[in-house]
Structures are given as C-alpha cells and as structure tokens.
Design a protein around this ligand. Structure first.
Ligand code: HEC
Length: 270
C-alpha cells in the first residue's frame, strides 16, 4: 500500500500552493477546487461524518460519548477554590463558543486554541495547567465543542502582518512533504481525497478539522485535533510534534481558516 502511494505521487499540488495568494483568496481557491470537482456536494455537507457510525445515538438514546460529555459539563461548572469556575473565563459561560477558536492573539502575537485558554483559565485561578492529553482536558474540550455543533467556522484574520505570516506557516506545513514517505498533508487530503488509504477513506481538506475531537467507541477514547495531526504525520513516518506546539497551532489556524463558512460538526464518532 505504501509503495502504491509513493509511486503514483508525482503530479499533484495544483496551483493551490502558490505562495503569493492572500489567505482569503487561497480559502476561495480551495473551496472552489472541491466545488468544481464535485458540483453536487454543497460545502455545508463536507463536515458531515464520513464514518458509518456518524453521530449515532446508542440504544440509550444518548450519543456514544455522553459519559465524557457529562464529565466535561460537570468540570466546566465545578467551582475552583476561589469560588469561580471555567465559565468565568469564557464568553457565554463557555457554551457554544467552539467557533471562536483558534484565533490570532494580537497581544501575544500567537495562535490561541481552546485547550490553551482552558489552561490559561486554570493558571489564572491558581491551578496547575493540564497536560494536553489529560482526560479531563479532553472531556472539557469535547463538551464545549459539542455545545458548538453547527456553529459556522469563522476564523478571523486580523489586520496584522504577523497573522498572515502565521497563516502562511500553517499553509506551508500542510503542503510540505515530510517523513520517509515524503508526503504532504495536501497529497492525501486534496489530491487523494475520498480515495482509500488501506481500509480507510481519506477525508477531504474541507471538513477535515471540523469533526475533531473525535470519540472512538472501540476503545472509549477521545482523539484531539493535534493528536490526529500527529497520527497522520505517523502515516508518512515523520516525527510527531508536541501537542499545542507553535507548529501544530499554526497548522490548526490555517486549516480552520480555509474551512470558514462551513459548520462545525464535532465531536465526530468512529
Ligand atoms: C497517507 C495519507 C495521509 C496523509 C499524508 C495525511 N493524512 Fe490525515 N488522514 C488520512 C486518513 C486515511 C484519515 C482518516 C483516518 C480515520 O478515519 O481514522 C485522516 C484523517 C485526518 C483528520 C481527522 C478527520 C476526521 O474527521 O476524523 C485530520 C484532522 C487530518 N487527517 C489531518 C492531516 C494533516 C494536518 C496532515 C499533514 C500533517 C495529514 N492529515 C496527512 C490520511 C492522511
């Protein structure tokens, strides 16, 4: 299977890679690329689950991730020792705000993610930051994203040259070949979108980050967006990056920005 990929990966990476395009123009080109390729598929359906499980409810009438979601809901409202809770740190008590993320923070000059702001809230309230793969961190993110399902992706590009440079770093990451297989994200998620990779269907770049985090019912675990980035890097036999590192946050910024106007549909279920 690997050999097949290496051999046929010669053409590729259409004009989309052109370095000089503005973020807005690049987003339009990418969305037009998929619209031209499959005119019958509306942009709004790209975030639908491609896994046969969909967001299926179990025979209890609840989604399969309901335990984790309940855990997140409880954590969100549990008072810290100073009487505040996470709700104090977020707009609308942290409900339905998934589409506020990621954002380019002009004060610190970097991309901020929901997980980072959860840790920021903990530290402001005298608690230690969570490791980014901590089960409680994942439950909080999963619950907050669940309350944001169907929100429209709306990543803002501030009028700040650093924001555009950050977008371009994420874009370069997405289009750069890496790993022993010398493959880019774009090879699979643009050129080979909807084709099979082994047993799995390759989801297109549109909708790609909008189902994350994902709940895996086979082993009752939550996979975050950055963990998924690393799993895909593993496909190419490239080294993983630390969760929430600058490289992965910039990639998240790029990937969500090009999905602007599409509805969120997290958590996905596998
Ligand atoms: C060799 C092909 C290949 C490459 C290269 C690749 N991916 Fe993937 N990617 C896949 C496949 C196949 C899946 C679906 C896997 C599954 O359903 O478990 C996937 C799933 C994903 C998902 C989750 C989508 C969802 O809804 O579950 C994200 C996000 C993602 N890839 C991002 C990336 C990024 C970013 C890169 C570059 C660092 C990348 N991928 C490189 C094949 C690839």
């Amino acid at each position: 299977m690997y050999v097949y990929f290496v051999v046929v990966l010669l053409v590729c990476l259409p004009a989309l890679l052109s370095a000089s395009t503005e973020p807005r123009e690049h987003q339009q080109q990418l969305q037009d690329y998929f619209l031209d390729k499959s005119p019958a598929i509306p942009l709004s359906s790209y975030a639908n689950d491609y896994s046969p499980l969909n967001n299926s409810v179990t025979n209890t009438g609840l989604p399969p991730y309901s335990q984790q979601a309940q855990r997140g809901k409880k954590l969100l409202a549990t008072p810290f020792s100073n009487g505040h809770n996470y709700g104090y740190c977020f707009r609308n008590n942290g409900l339905g705000i998934g589409s506020d993320y990621p954002y380019f923070d002009v004060l610190s000059g970097q991309v901020k993610t929901l997980a980072m702001d959860i840790n920021g809230c903990r530290e402001e309230n005298g608690l230690p930051a969570y490791a980014y793969n901590h089960a409680d961190m994942k439950s909080l993110v999963l619950y907050m994203m669940d309350t944001s399902r169907r929100n429209i992706t709306n990543v803002i590009m501030p009028n700040d040259p650093r924001a555009e440079a950050t977008f371009n770093q994420g874009k370069t990451f997405f289009f750069s070949r890496r790993g022993q297989l010398d493959m880019a994200c774009a090879h699979c998620h643009i050129d080979y979108a909807n084709k099979n990779y082994g047993q799995q269907q390759i989801p297109p770049a549109l909708g790609l980050p909008l189902r994350m985090p994902r709940y895996d019912s086979s082993n009752d675990t939550i996979t975050t967006l950055h963990e998924r980035f690393n799993q895909c890097l593993g496909y190419t036999k490239a080294k993983p990056f630390p969760l929430q590192s600058e490289a992965l946050r910039n990639l998240e910024f790029y990937l969500l920005y090009v999905n602007n106007t599409l509805p969120l549909n997290a958590p996905g279920v596998k």
